[in-house]
Design a binder for this molecule. Structure first.
Ligand SMILES: [Zn+2]
Length: 319
């Protein structure tokens, strides 16, 4: 009787051990491992001291994490650049990157937006603007195809520089209610990427990327990508705000449709530089991705989108 009990116990242990080892998630995660090559971050912000987000703790995300905010512009710069070094981030589009350019000129591509068009043109002519990002008329309830926005897209196409357009899920979940002064103009009905369609018809040569990936409107993102070959997405925020399974669903949906070469890594760290690490780990934890697909997301797709030279790519890959 005692022997039989031991035998049952033994069988149970073997079975539970087997089922853990053979679960598809574990197998794939173990087989593929983490990507450890160079990374391009398409979505970074540089702030100066007065920024209203300073010292703010991020409210619980949809994965129930909170993040403590940094306290000054100097700290934001220092901690973000530290993350660049830690994760081998070799290029980054940095909105207001002129604030940090002298500290990391090799890495930073300066983004600017939400200023008069002529000011942006002047900044470009002086060599200080490499992208129009991020455009966020969304916060004021203004759609992409509003007449007031056309000069920005026109300028981006004329200068042949990327333009990043912000929609959902930018701003914390429940942001309309949590931060009414700053985010009270946001509406879910204003957040759909389909609003970009007339812009894409009018400016067929735009290098356009949807910031924050257009989640949760993934079917509409697919429709836009299907209709317009020049539409890319960055996956900033979705990679640290959404539960892992939902991020997986989003990525899988685009990749299964054949758009895996138009997904670019981004973090949108704002005053929480630690989310850069979280975002990178979340892509690595997407257990259905092959290493090649991770390399596409972390580097190759953005290198193509930005038009990096062969020499530059070779240099990054050998770092
Ligand atoms: Zn942003």
């Amino acid at each position: 009787m005692k022997n039989q009990l031991f035998r049952y116990l033994f069988i149970l242990i073997v079975i539970s051990g087997c089922s853990e080892r053979s679960s598809p998630d574990n197998q794939e995660a173990n087989a593929v491992g983490n990507y450890d090559g160079p990374i391009i971050d398409m979505h970074i912000h540089a702030y100066s001291d007065g920024n209203p987000l300073m010292s703010m703790t991020h409210p619980p995300t949809l994965r129930s994490e909170t993040y403590e905010g940094i306290n000054s512009g100097a700290e934001q710069k220092e901690k973000t650049l530290e993350k660049f070094r830690q994760h081998n981030i070799v290029k980054a589009i940095v909105t207001n990157g002129q604030l940090w350019f002298d500290d990391s000129s090799e890495v930073i591509l300066v983004g600017g937006a939400n200023r008069p068009v002529e000011a942006l043109r002047k900044q470009y002519q002086e060599g200080g603007l490499q992208a129009i990002a991020e455009m966020s008329p969304f916060y004021a309830g203004i759609l992409a195809d509003d007449a007031s926005q056309m000069p920005y897209f026109e300028l981006a196409q004329e200068l042949n520089i990327p333009v990043g357009f912000h929609i959902f899920p930018g701003g914390p979940n429940y942001g309309i209610h949590l931060m009414p002064q700053m985010l009270g103009g946001m509406r879910a009905y204003n957040a759909n990427p389909i609003q970009l369609e007339e812009v894409l018809v009018k400016f067929p040569n735009l290098k356009l990327y949807i910031m924050h990936g257009g989640w949760p409107y993934v079917d509409d993102v697919k429709a836009l990508m299907y209709a317009h070959p020049n539409v890319y997405v960055d996956i900033a925020v979705v990679n640290w705000l959404l539960p892992q399974k939902e991020l997986n669903n989003y990525l899988k949906s685009l990749i299964n449709a054949g758009f895996g070469e138009r997904i670019m890594f981004g973090s949108d760290q704002m005053v929480w530089p630690q989310v850069i690490s979280v975002g990178i780990q979340s892509v690595n934890n997407a257990d259905f991705l092959t290493l090649d697909q991770k390399e596409d997301i972390f580097y190759d797709n953005a290198a193509k989108f930005l038009g990096l030279s062969e020499a530059e790519i070779e240099k990054h890959k050998s770092q």
